[in-house]
Design a protein around this ligand. Structure first.
Ligand code: GDP
Length: 145
């Protein structure tokens, strides 16, 4: 039998991408995330290998921009984090804005800090299921609380 209500997760996963970390926006972006009510449950500052970036974006492997995306994601360090808040996935997508910063709403992180559809400053999970998969990709149980 299906459960009557879908249980909503209160966690999402984010990365501050290499364009933003190398331009020195990490602190300002984290500040905006925390002021929006998200609590950091896990965090690390790392540089991805080509294989790791390809695996993370495996769903986009057939897209024409896949190699460009991988090359960009390994071009500098990223900050990966698990964030907690009620309605985390939807609220975080609203906070970061549209994939293309030209279409992102005023005040969103991508509007403020992203340069293009590819180099768009931050990642935010698009579903509860992917938030769990993506968080598990980066963090062991010991690295989160
Ligand atoms: P998101 O969920 O808003 O991050 O967007 P998608 O899941 O559609 O795409 C994943 C990531 O691929 C985006 O955040 C971009 O970094 C990159 N991307 C998407 N579309 C393009 C594109 O047309 N060109 C390039 N170079 N990168 C893209």
């Amino acid at each position: 039998m299906q459960p009557k209500f879908k249980i909503m997760s209160n966690r999402t996963f984010t990365m501050i991408k290499p364009d933003a970390t190398t331009k020195g926006y990490t602190g300002a972006i984290l500040d905006q995330i925390i002021k929006a009510g998200f609590k950091v449950k896990a965090m690390k500052w790392i540089q991805l290998s080509e294989e790791q970036a390809g695996l993370f974006y495996d769903v986009h492997r057939a897209r024409p921009f896949f190699q460009e995306l991988v090359d960009f994601m390994i071009s500098g360090p990223i900050v990966a984090a698990i964030l907690e808040k009620e309605n985390a996935v939807a609220d975080f997508r609203e906070l970061i804005g549209a994939t293309n910063p030209a279409q992102a709403a005023e005040g969103t992180i991508r509007k403020l800090y992203a340069a293009s559809i590819g180099e768009n400053a931050v990642h935010g999970s698009d579903s509860d299921e992917n938030a769990t998969i993506e968080g598990d990709f980066f963090f062991t149980k010991l690295e989160r609380f």
